[in-house]
Design a protein around this ligand. Structure first.
Ligand SMILES: [Mg+2]
Length: 380
């Protein structure tokens, strides 16, 4: 089965309200959809959310010609060929017909494009043998625990009135919720964490996500202030430039588990986060960088080091992976339709949320079906 062509479409919806995390504003909900078409009529589909969107689309187009004719089941060979573009010399690139310019500035977009292509290849593999990906990977779990991310800073509501939102998720059957911290002064964030703990009760897992808000000193102070509210994990506490070795230091100051990995681009960085960062939850995002093939390498390394896989975004894809591996802990989901309208709109068919679990089906591949009318409507 040979790759014929690869195409990508970007969808983006302006949100009704503006959300922010510690250092970034969220005012749109976006996805890129990648299709890998084969000569046997099997088409693999993926969603990805790498950045920047225009560059990812451009790179996918360049890779389409470069990968055409390759065996669509040869995911390792295809991965190696694409990843090789990050180190190829101009001379070798010319000789091999590699895309014209994929220099260092395009690396994140290249790895995002590869994420989409690789996920679509695993979808093809499942469709080719009529098996869902979770089963293809050897799993026997058909569901996995889901936790709900909410508790954003929001322009249209009182910054401290987030208890009702979070309690609402618990009343829908979820026993884990995650909220944002790091965007206000520490006393103000502590008040928000307290409000959520009071609202969700003592038996709900409460995670806090700082989105890289703190220096090491600030993070030590913050986690000590949050600890009385029984925080289950502390996610991406440290500024982007010192988020690995300083994380290992931070671990010496708290009993709270540390989580990170959604910002990493490859398995080598994830290895360092496990070796030097002392994290207990790895959140490498297969839909942002590297795809299923790279995610599985990260998961195997994490397994050897007693680290659990907690996934980031796109549960319709990550659910298959987390359910299949022995150290798959949970998937992240978004229930606020104002924050994530695409989860409700983009699919005709996908994994379902019920009783605090993501339930996977027996449909082949990733078992989702894109609503192309929605893609047409919000195409950019
Ligand atoms: Mg996060």
């Amino acid at each position: 089965m040979k790759i014929q062509k690869i195409q990508a479409y970007a969808v983006s919806i302006p949100l009704e309200t503006t959300y922010w995390v510690s250092n970034e504003i969220i005012d749109r909900c976006s996805q890129i959809i990648v299709q890998v078409l084969t000569d046997e009529g099997v088409t693999g589909v993926a969603t990805l959310h790498g950045r920047s969107m225009p560059t990812v689309l451009q790179v996918v187009e360049q890779l389409s010609g470069y990968l055409a004719g390759m065996d669509a089941l040869a995911h390792e060979a295809i991965w190696a060929k694409v990843f090789g573009l990050t180190t190829i010399s101009p001379d070798a690139a010319r000789a091999s017909g590699a895309p014209s310019y994929l220099g260092a500035d395009k690396r994140p977009a290249l790895l995002a494009a590869m994420a989409g292509i690789d996920i679509a290849l695993w979808d093809i593999k499942g469709k080719a043998v009529s098996l869902p990906v979770w089963r293809l990977l050897g799993g026997d779990r058909t569901s996995i625990r889901a936790y709900v991310t909410g508790g954003y800073y929001q322009v249209d509501r009182d910054l401290f009135d987030i208890g009702p939102e979070m309690a609402g998720y618990v009343s829908q059957g979820f026993n884990g919720v995650k909220m944002k911290v790091g965007g206000l002064s520490l006393p103000a964030d502590v008040a928000r964490v307290k409000a959520v703990r009071d609202a969700v009760g003592p038996s709900t897992m409460l995670m806090v996500d700082a989105n890289c808000a703190y220096t090491l000193e600030q993070a030590i102070e913050a986690i000590r202030a949050f600890e009385p509210y029984d925080v289950y994990w502390f996610e991406e506490p440290l500024h982007w430039y010192d988020s690995v070795r300083a994380m290992g230091k931070l671990a010496q100051y708290t009993h709270v588990a540390l989580a990170s990995g959604e910002s990493e681009q490859h398995s080598w960085a994830c290895r360092d986060l496990i070796d030097l960062g002392a994290i207990r939850y790895m959140e490498f995002d297969a839909t942002r960088s590297g795809g299923v093939t790279e995610w599985l390498r990260v998961a195997a390394y994490a397994q050897l080091h007693g680290v659990s896989m907690a996934t980031h975004h796109d549960p319709h894809i990550h659910g298959h992976l987390a359910a299949a591996v022995p150290n798959g802990a949970c998937v992240e989901v978004f229930l606020d339709e104002k924050r994530d309208p695409l989860w409700k709109m983009l699919f005709r068919e996908r994994a379902q949320l019920r009783d605090g679990q993501l339930h996977l089906s027996d449909l082949p591949g990733f078992g989702f079906d894109i609503d192309w009318d929605v893609v047409k409507r919000f195409h950019i």
